[in-house]
Design a protein around this ligand. Structure first.
Ligand SMILES: *Cc1c(COP(=O)(O)O)cnc(C)c1O
Length: 472
């Protein structure tokens, strides 16, 4: 045995004390957390994680939308070990390259489907989704400079979108709380409303009619700015962190018509939606649109090691290549050999086990059936799934779609009951969402459904006991 890494085992309380003394967590009220103590996760297997008190928790969020192949994949660890022993790092700045990065770029180019002859033959690597979207901003503007239209700088995004947390990522995102703290967005980024039917449709408006109307907000914005100034439109195929907002079927085709009409670039941020999450390798294939740039990260390695990047379509790549000149942008870890080797092994697993296919044809449709049943719960205003993401909206009055007052924090109440029962389900306002590992079986979906039902019942009881439900 090798010497243990830690001089002595730390108790939960010791870890929590050190944590609050030294570790500033992302997206966290540090004072609140210090008072409470962080939950310490120690190990994981399959779709479960365990905390330092030995509690087993069903992870219906795949970590943070990442662990598509599930936990405990020894072959990913083995590949990382072997690659670290062989070549742990080398840069790709100075006309050098490495085999895992080359192979991964070629593999992604092969996996990404061509639409109407538009292909993705090139990849730009980063280490995260945020960085990849910074790359998109730089690349879109570089493209228009090279095209002789340097005035095309504006990038249009959507309210409640999530595109990361760097200055450009948070600016592209449409989270008002993030903008408020960073003096954001940076210049030349603007937002339109999201295609959220449940909240934004007019009374009696059909899904299809709403989808067209929502897409036309893009055209209105383009005309307001002046089409000659617009560089790109960026969107998630299904908004993830915003609460699993699934657009109506008419939305994406109309968006495609509009971007084509004005010649603007279309950026599909698939950091969540790619790699089987919606039942396809890439989500633009599912919805049938034709992006010019595709952001990926998270599940490309199933989260085992950080990696992100942009699939660059021929339209942009050919201009960057043919016009020449240096693109003054990149990251130390662009094309990191260990991360790329792990990604290749992860894609092997996904292919071998047909994870996208089973989500599309088997467990995805089953998850949809199970979620349909939650619609009869008194708290649930709507329940939706798309592949292996799903959302439930909790409302005070189903008939009128009346939301709970925000300060009752009903979503957080429900989330606490989930945790209490050994389930990770996330709350975005009062939308309860999941994105489970794609390896989840039907039996495990049933097991999860029991836990969700229990959390909903406990939430209802708590609201009733406070006199906050069943009153009009
Ligand atoms: C998570 C996420 C990002 C940001 O990725 P990081 O790796 O956290 O920087 C960007 N876009 C979408 C759609 C995401 O879900």
């Amino acid at each position: 045995m090798n010497a243990p890494v830690h001089p002595h085992a730390l108790s939960t309380a010791e870890l929590q004390a050190l944590d609050s003394a030294h570790f500033l967590h992302p997206f966290t009220d540090h004072k609140g957390l210090a008072a409470k103590g962080a939950r310490v996760i120690t190990h994981a297997d399959d779709i479960y994680v365990w905390d330092s008190e030995g509690k087993k928790i069903l992870d219906a969020m795949s970590g943070l939308w990442c662990v598509n192949a599930g936990y405990g994949r020894k072959e990913l660890a083995d590949v990382a070990h072997a690659q670290m022993m062989k070549l742990p790092f080398y840069n790709s700045f100075f006309q050098t390259t490495n085999e895992p990065a080359v192979r991964l770029a070629a593999r992604l180019a092969e996996l990404a489907p061509a639409v109407d002859g538009r292909r993705f033959q090139h990849v730009f690597f980063s280490s995260s989704g945020s960085e990849s979207n910074d790359t998109n901003v730089r690349m879109a503007r570089r493209y228009w400079d090279l095209m002789g239209q340097p005035q095309r700088k504006v990038i249009i995004s959507r309210h409640n979108a999530y595109h990361g947390s760097t200055m450009a990522g948070a600016s592209l995102g449409g989270m008002s709380a993030m903008h408020a703290q960073g003096d954001l967005p940076i210049p030349n980024i603007t937002h339109i409303q999201q295609p959220y039917y449940y909240e934004l449709a007019e009374p009696g408006e059909s899904q299809d009619a709403f989808g067209l109307r929502a897409a036309r907000w893009l055209e209105d914005k383009i005309l307001e700015i002046g089409p000659e100034k617009v560089a790109a439109f960026i969107a998630e195929p299904v908004q993830g962190a915003g609460g699993v907002i699934i657009p109506p079927a008419t939305y994406w085709p109309e968006i495609q018509r509009i971007v084509d009409k004005y010649g603007i670039l279309l950026i599909s941020d698939e950091v969540i939606c790619a790699f089987g999450r919606l039942g396809h390798w890439f989500a633009y294939e599912k919805f049938g649109y034709k992006p010019d740039l595709v952001t990926f990260a998270k599940a490309v390695t199933s989260g085992y090691i950080p990696l992100g990047g942009v699939l660059v379509g021929d339209r942009v790549a050919q201009v960057l290549i043919d016009k020449g000149g240096e693109f003054n942008h990149g990251y130390t870890y662009s094309g990191h050999p260990v991360a790329c080797a792990v990604a290749l092994a992860n894609l092997d697993i996904m292919e071998r086990e047909n994870l996208p296919g089973r989500v599309r044809d088997d467990v995805g449709p089953y998850l949809a059936e199970v979620f349909e049943q939650f619609k009869s719960h008194p708290l649930v205003g709507d329940a939706e799934t798309c592949g292996f993401v799903a959302g439930l909206v909790l409302v005070q009055d189903k008939a009128t779609r009346k939301a709970f007052p925000e300060d009752w924090a009903v979503g957080m109440m429900c989330r606490a009951h989930c945790f209490g029962n050994g389930l990770v389900m996330r709350a975005v306002g009062d939308r309860m969402i999941i994105a489970p590992p794609l390896t989840m079986t039907r039996a495990q979906i049933d097991e999860m459904a029991v836990l969700i039902k229990k959390a909903l019942d406990l939430t209802l009881q708590e609201l009733q006991s406070q006199g906050k439900f069943g009153i009009r």
